[in-house]
Design a protein around this ligand. Structure first.
Ligand SMILES: [Zn+2]
Length: 177
């Protein structure tokens, strides 16, 4: 199999499976996988020939925090809510889940932090990514809901027109993941 060094991971808190998409540098070869555990993910990354792993989840805590536990005395040292990158997004008018002790995605954040450490120790370049912000910047403010067929169609059209040099399949029926 041709190595697919660029891999995107749609992380979950652990109940739902994790979607994995991989791409070669030319954009001509793609592969999709679903995994349940981090062990399984590590096996798939090796199988795909991954080098850069982009994960859709916060992968760090705000500076000053050692955890996201309400009963711990750690407090953020930054000038506002969440992380500096989240504040920069908010300033652009792009909403996200603030990483605070009241986050509703705490389990996923903990999973992502451990995963980042593990993947970096294995030699991968790990990037935190936020697809919603990318879509907002590429396609503008009015995105049809991604859970509906017209939302998916919008994303397919947008991908084809904004990124024409990618070898998008002629028959293509992806989920929003
Ligand atoms: Zn703490």
């Amino acid at each position: 199999m041709v190595p697919l060094p660029f891999v995107g991971v749609d992380l979950t808190a652990g109940v739902r499976p994790v979607d994995v998409a991989a791409l070669d540098p030319s954009g001509r070869s793609v592969a999709f996988r679903q995994v349940r555990s981090d062990d399984e993910l590590c096996g798939v990354l090796q199988e795909l020939g991954a080098e850069v792993v982009a994960v859709d989840s916060p992968m760090d805590l705000p500076s000053g925090l050692c955890c996201l536990e309400e009963d711990c005395s750690c407090v953020p040292s930054g000038p506002g809510t969440g992380r500096s990158a989240e504040r920069a997004l908010a300033a652009l008018g792009i909403p996200c889940f603030w990483t605070t002790k009241r986050t509703i995605i705490k389990k996923m954040v903990y999973r992502a932090i451990a995963l980042k450490e593990r993947l970096e120790a294995s030699g991968y370049t790990v990037l935190e990514v936020y697809p919603y912000a990318v879509k907002r910047i590429l396609f503008g403010r009015h995105l049809p809901r991604k859970s509906r067929p017209e939302g998916i169609a919008f994303l397919i059209d947008g991908a084809k027109s904004e990124l024409p040099s990618c070898a998008w399949p002629a028959l293509w029926a992806p989920s929003h993941d």
